[in-house]
Design a protein around this ligand. Structure first.
Ligand SMILES: Nc1ncnc2c1ncn2[C@@H]1O[C@H](COP(=O)(O)OP(=O)(O)OP(=O)(O)O)[C@@H](O)[C@H]1O
Ligand SMILES: [Mg+2]
Length: 362
């Protein structure tokens, strides 16, 4: 940072992105993004591979020049400013640590690169490196080289290196994807704790919906360079704006079926034997043919189809503590709570108001 931002004078949104585009010839990597990032929030950008997440982050960091649009940080238009003048640090998926430098020198690197501008002497640099390392609990590793560290420790070094200049915004591009499942859960937990206690604004990119749901104060769902929906994890899951968001979140994915001139969907966990619904008046009944049942420990995953929609595979996720017997190649009465059925425009995939379901399914 060339000028420290006075926190009290910051607007509510620390980053304001307007009409942002990045075209690589015919590839519209980012295609008209408007986004306000709030001070102190943990914002997750979620979307499939190639939807433009990294390109968006690189433009915020100043590593990529936008084709169109503007980026404001702390109330100032930074669209044309170089990366080091933006008060933003980025942690890359690969961590990109310098292998020949020990941890201390890796963390000190950005301070030394800006030493003249920031007027840091040797002692100031040492103090900053040590205090940042302590914050991330890697102060006992300062003499080691990156190859002598575990994946989780490397990640913390990469975060320390990004934090040491006290950026206003920390950009994290899939930093956990190199870790195994257990380490990843730990790292996720640590990262969230650290973000909360330091009150930094974090933008975290992932294509893993579980990670997104667990970490994000808000989630931005992207597809093909465009924002599909922005909201809290729960609002995005319960109230998806369109069919893409509805099916991208949730595992297994939401069942989508054809109605009369529209499409509708419900989640496998909301599709349960009729006897489990206490108020049949608020529910929609379906005749369900069970083809196959998988035992997944905590749930039974049921594969079948609705009578009248024999060519559309429909799944039910029944918790194991529900002792209803479900035999294969048999018909059952299942039901979905009316409010758990979502309706979509056949052409655009956008959410539409509740429609009448044809009798065909019942
Ligand atoms: N320098 C470049 N030149 C040409 N095309 C590019 C360049 N960088 C990215 N792209 C293209 O832009 C699109 C978006 O890429 P981007 O890296 O932003 O996706 P992503 O969402 O980060 O994907 P992933 O989850 O796989 O990392 C892709 O189609 C990609 O091939
Ligand atoms: Mg990427």
């Amino acid at each position: 940072m060339s000028r420290p931002l006075a926190l009290s004078r910051l607007p509510m949104s620390i980053v304001q992105i307007s009409g942002l585009k990045k075209y690589f010839d015919a590839v519209h990597a980012v295609d008209g993004v408007d986004l306000a990032i709030n001070q102190g929030e943990f914002l997750v950008i979620l979307g499939p591979s190639g939807c433009g997440k990294t390109t968006l982050m690189r433009m915020i960091a100043g590593l990529e020049k936008p084709t169109a649009g503007t980026i404001e940080i702390g109330g100032e238009d930074v669209t044309k400013l170089p990366p080091r003048k933006r008060g933003v640090s980025m942690v890359f998926q690969s961590y990109a640590l310098y292998p020949h430098m020990n941890v201390f020198n890796n963390i000190a690197f950005p301070l030394r690169a800006q030493r003249r501008e920031l007027k840091f002497d040797k002692r100031a640099i040492r103090e900053k490196v040590v205090s940042t390392a302590k914050l991330l609990e890697i102060d006992m590793l300062l003499d080691r080289r990156p190859r002598q560290l575990s994946g989780g420790q490397r990640q913390r070094v990469a975060i320390a290196r990004a934090m040491v200049t006290k950026p206003a915004v920390l950009l994290l591009d899939e930093p956990l994807s190199n870790l195994d499942a257990k380490l990843r859960a730990n790292a996720r937990d640590e990262l969230k704790d650290f973000q909360r206690s330091s009150d930094i604004t974090a933008v975290f990119v992932t294509h893993d919906q579980i990670e997104a749901m667990g970490l994000g104060d808000r989630i931005v769902v992207m597809s093909e360079g465009k924002i599909q929906q922005i909201g809290t994890p729960q609002s995005i899951y319960d109230d998806p704006a369109n069919e893409f968001v509805a099916t991208f979140l949730g595992s297994p994915s939401m069942n989508i079926l054809s109605g009369n001139g529209f499409r509708f969907g419900f989640r496998p966990e909301h599709f349960l034997p009729k006897t489990l619904h206490d108020n049949p008046e608020n529910s929609r009944l379906f005749h369900y043919y069970v083809k196959r049942v998988e035992y997944l420990g905590s749930d039974r995953l049921v594969y079948g189809y609705l009578r009248g929609s024999e060519d559309e595979l429909t799944l039910a996720k029944v918790p194991s503590n529900v002792r209803v017997s479900l035999d294969i190649e048999s018909d059952y009465e299942f039901a979905v709570h009316n409010s758990d059925i979502k309706f979509f425009d056949k052409a655009t995939g956008g959410r539409i108001a509740q429609q009448n379901l044809a009798q065909a399914h019942t």
